[in-house]
Design a protein around this ligand. Structure first.
Ligand code: SF4
Length: 917
């Protein structure tokens, strides 16, 4: 072994041949030689950098560590990053394409070739396209990878088929943010903040968990203060200066209390507001003088005068002094106030979008928008490069994705798909579930079973997944896709005030290329026949349109070799050469092509220190300015903001300003919510029948070591977290006569589950909480399943025409496998499944599933067993119809005959004409 000075991390120039002592061999000194290949974690959205250590002796990945050169994660990862190696080595993973044997749901599959898969799917999809059934091909994504990759594929096919998991995740928060600025999520500059307010458990489990957490801690080390709003004393709350645990559903009210303090104390940045807020529209909506800024200031104070700390504290069940103090802290931090809400209250409540709307109201008042230490719009810190060809927008609209009842839904009404299909709005010919597990993840999972079981409703169900999951049981094809070390994706996330790209890449492919090996497809060098997913879509698209007559093939032809099928090196090579500013120069400086540079480093910082992009001057001179209104316009359309000196691009709203008054809400039937306000949640105190034992259940949190459905294939993660008991305050436990560990029935409107109780003062009295991400199962006797580190064997049976009872028949425990550690499993539980017992509760405006549940908690009944799940779908449709009745549909509301405002995003946007009913 060569002698080198002590290193924090192997320098990239030594990554081809890195030697170090094998820690496991200690006390012997055994030298190992590795090839180090950078990639990007695939275990949450944050896209942290990883480096895989590939043993040069046998080609196996020995460990996965953080990449210190990655601008977002800076070498730090959570437990889920290094656990990638478990996922790769999972002895029960799916390594080959499989096709169903027997009837759908039989649990039996046989190995098939990729050619058979492609031929079957290409023929179906081509037929649907040719027969103009372009709403019958659907791709439903759980964990996305590359921004825009499959969207480009779907648009080249001309189908309206992109579905996502967003409405069980973040649609409500996205709407609240969008109404302000057109950016649908926040990008806080935590590391420079003086005061941070988190509505979630960001340090441990929140959005962009690790890149955000490390920067929040850095700021705290410099003296910044932290407030955390959560009904649980989460690990994050335990690190905070202020723990706010309001009654669930009142968070939006709490935020108006902070706004009140800012207005009352006059700690508002009025210069910022005067230029950047569309205060004139607010004045007009209130019937006041649209030219009088001082009147606006007075009026705004009056409008929020009622939200005193005392009043807010009473409604929210908080301490008035703490509301006052946090409001003052925000005022003192001014433009260095950073904030974030993701999932948590926004995802739990009817009207959850108002939490994001009001949080941003507070930020706008102190001018903490895209400022140093403030919060920018996501798009300013995200870089999505152009590709070599861009298909035209499609010309069809699927009512299964965007039903007209929810014209302002931020994303597809994904979790209501079975309910929409059952109510006769359409069928699906070919359904791709991609790294997605709707039977288990979504509310009302039994409705998904019923839909997927029925070949009239879903003609062909294709599961694209790196691991086994519950939904795969009802698939026709189960197709193995790669983990973080087995796939390509280009990632960019708003981790801090900068833009960067990260390159996820198949480690074995890179190694094979370094060694000069020849191959055509990545699955030839990946484990088994696990396919690199990008190539799957290229191969499938080519087969759908082999001679180019449908206009699809042109988008999959090489930009370098006319008429030839594009290779994956050409696809990414073109992007890196043509679409990433500064990358070709950086690569040339190292004597590399841009693709070689990205394969070597795995990431590239496009721009650092990104602030105040709304102040970017408008290019050219073909516009006019209106000094009175403070806008720039061209051909009668507002294109920017004018501050008396220069014309600037502003924000992505129709007014180009921050919209304190939302004309969108007013025009589309919700004038009462057009300004920041508070509305009562479906689990508001007034909605609970306490006399009858009703409580609010908060099921929106996760344990920090868990991935949605992909922790079960990791022995390390499962060993760390394997139970999800019901959190209950001692006062509630005493009232119900329950002690630590007792079993309870938690009954929802459509069923119940049985779980053990954890009695703790770390939860608000009157509320119970239960983590999702646990309670995985596999049906007893199925020939194909997996993930036995965490999955229980269950008996799943119908006990009436509409009701299911699921009961575990075997605990988690030791099992025989190629990994000897499977015989050392010491834990017996994998948690309890709860989502199946939740009816769908689509928010009437954002379309977000309102996760919080009104439940009755009782002691378990005789015969109940830990883990029992009972659900009756008879009530499911009634519940869906009840929430449907709360909507205000397009056609009856909104200008003209639009289905949806033209300025609201759709992931796969069709032509403007298609927006018309
Ligand atoms: S926060 Fe953890 S799971 Fe998420 S990308 Fe980073 S290492 Fe992976």
């Amino acid at each position: 072994m060569r002698t080198t000075p002590l290193e924090n991390f192997p320098p990239p120039e030594q990554w081809d041949d890195w030697q170090e002592l094998d820690a496991k061999a200690w006390p012997k000194r055994v030298t190992k030689s590795y090839s180090l290949v950078p990639t990007i974690c695939f275990n949450c959205e944050a896209a942290c950098g990883l480096v895989a250590y590939v043993d040069k002796q046998d080609g196996k990945i020995r460990k996965v560590e953080g990449n210190p050169y990655h601008p977002g994660s800076r070498g730090r990862n959570c437990a889920k990053g290094p656990a990638t190696v478990n996922q790769v080595d999972d002895p029960e993973r799916i390594l080959y394409p499989m096709k169903r044997v027997g009837e759908r749901g039989s649990g039996r599959f046989e190995r098939v070739s990729w050619d058979e898969v492609l031929d079957t799917l290409a023929a179906r999809i081509r037929k649907a396209i040719v027969e103009d059934r372009k709403t019958e091909v659907m791709y439903h994504v759980g964990r996305p990878g590359h921004d825009g990759y499959v969207e480009r594929v779907l648009q080249s096919w001309g189908v309206d088929g992109h579905n996502s998991h967003t409405n069980v995740c973040s649609a409500a928060a996205r709407l609240g943010y969008t109404l302000w600025s057109g950016y649908d999520r926040p990008s806080p500059d935590y590391e420079n903040a003086k005061f941070t307010l988190l509505i979630s458990a960001h340090l441990e489990t929140g959005h962009y968990f690790n890149p955000h957490a490390q920067r929040i801690i850095d700021a705290k080390m410099k003296g910044a203060k932290l407030a955390v709003c959560d009904i649980r004393l989460s690990n994050t709350a335990s690190m905070s200066d202020y723990w706010l645990a309001p009654r669930p559903g009142t968070e939006a009210m709490m935020l108006l209390g902070f706004a009140h303090v800012l207005l009352r104390d006059d700690t508002v940045d009025w210069d910022f507001v005067r230029t950047w807020v569309d205060w004139r529209a607010y004045q007009q909506a209130k019937g006041r003088d649209a030219d009088d800024f001082e009147d606006f200031q007075r009026g705004l104070r009056d409008d929020y005068a009622a939200f005193t700390p005392a009043h807010v504290a009473e409604v929210c069940g908080l301490d008035a002094a703490m509301v006052e103090q946090v409001g003052k802290e925000i005022g003192a931090a001014g433009s260095a106030f950073s904030s974030h809400v993701w999932r948590n209250a926004a995802a739990g409540n009817e009207g959850g979008w108002a939490v994001a709307r009001n949080l941003q109201f507070v930020a706008v008042l102190v001018g903490a928008v895209a400022s140093i230490g403030g919060t920018a719009g996501s798009g300013t810190n995200k870089f999505v490069p152009a590709t070599h060809s861009k298909p035209r927008p499609h010309e069809v609209w699927s009512e299964l994705l965007y039903p007209r009842e929810w014209p302002l839904a931020h994303h597809e009404l994904s979790f209501c798909l079975p309910h929409l299909v059952k109510s006769g709005r359409g069928r699906i010919d070919t359904y791709f579930a991609r790294v997605y597990n709707p039977v288990w993840t979504n509310p009302d999972g039994a409705m998904w079973i019923d839909m997927l079981q029925d070949e009239q409703q879903v003609g062909c169900h294709v599961m694209l997944s790196p691991t086994w999951n519950e939904t795969a049981r009802w698939a026709d094809f189960v197709l193995p896709m790669g983990h973080a070390t087995e796939r390509h994706d280009l990632m960019s996330q708003e981790t801090h005030a900068a833009t960067w790209i990260g390159f996820r890449q198949p480690v074995h492919r890179v190694l094979a290329q370094r060694q000069g090996k020849e191959f055509t497809w990545t699955y030839e060098v990946n484990p088994g026949e696990v396919w690199e997913e990008d190539e799957f879509w290229i191969a499938l698209s080519w087969k759908i349109d082999p001679d180019g007559e449908l206009g699809i093939r042109q988008h999959f032809e090489s930009p370098y070799r006319e008429g030839e099928r594009i290779t994956i090196d050409e696809y990414y090579g073109w992007i890196f050469e043509n679409s990433v500013p500064g990358l070709p120069e950086a690569a040339a400086a190292e004597g590399q092509t841009p693709l070689e540079y990205m394969r070597r480093h795995g990431c590239f910082l496009v721009k650092d220190q990104v602030y105040k992009t709304h102040e970017t001057e408008i290019e050219g001179s073909d516009y006019a300015v209106d000094p009175e209104l403070g806008v720039a316009h061209r051909d009668g359309k507002v294109i920017g903001v004018y501050d008396g000196e220069k014309a600037m691009v502003g924000f992505h709203t129709p007014s180009k300003k921050l919209e304190l008054y939302s004309p969108t809400m007013a025009e589309w039937g919700w004038p009462e919510y057009s300004t920041p306000t508070y509305l009562k949640s479906h689990i508001d105190e007034s909605q609970l029948d306490r006399e009858n034992g009703e409580m609010a259940l908060v099921p929106t949190f996760r344990l920090p070591t868990l991935i949605h459905t992909r922790s079960a294939n990791s022995k390390w993660l499962t060993e760390l977290s394997n139970t999800n008991p019901v959190w209950m305050h001692p006062s509630d436990a005493e009232r119900l006569g329950i002690e630590m560990g007792d079993l309870v029935r938690v009954a929802t409107r459509i069923g119940y589950y049985v779980n053990a109780v954890w009695v703790t003062e770390g939860v608000r009295p009157g509320v119970i909480a239960c983590s999702h991400h646990l309670g995985r199962w596999t049906v007893k006797g199925d020939q194909v399943s997996g993930n036995h580190w965490q999955l229980h064997d269950v008996d799943l049976r119908k006990v009436s025409d509409t009701a299911y009872l699921m009961r575990r028949v075997k605990d988690v425990g030791r099992f025989k496998s190629a990994d000897k550690e499977s015989e050392k499993v010491w834990w017996s539980s994998g948690g309890v499944h709860q989502n199946m017992t939740f009816p769908v509760q689509p928010d009437p405006i954002s379309g977000m599933h309102c996760w919080h549940q009104k439940v009755k908690v009782t002691k378990a009944e005789p015969g109940d067993r830990y883990g029992d799940v009972f659900v009756d779908t008879k009530e499911s449709m009634a519940h869906f119809e009840e929430w449907l009745g709360k909507t205000r549909p397009a056609g009856e509301h909104g200008p003209g005959d639009l289905r949806r405002p033209l300025h609201l995003k759709r992931v796969c946007r069709p032509t403007d004409e298609t927006f018309r009913l």
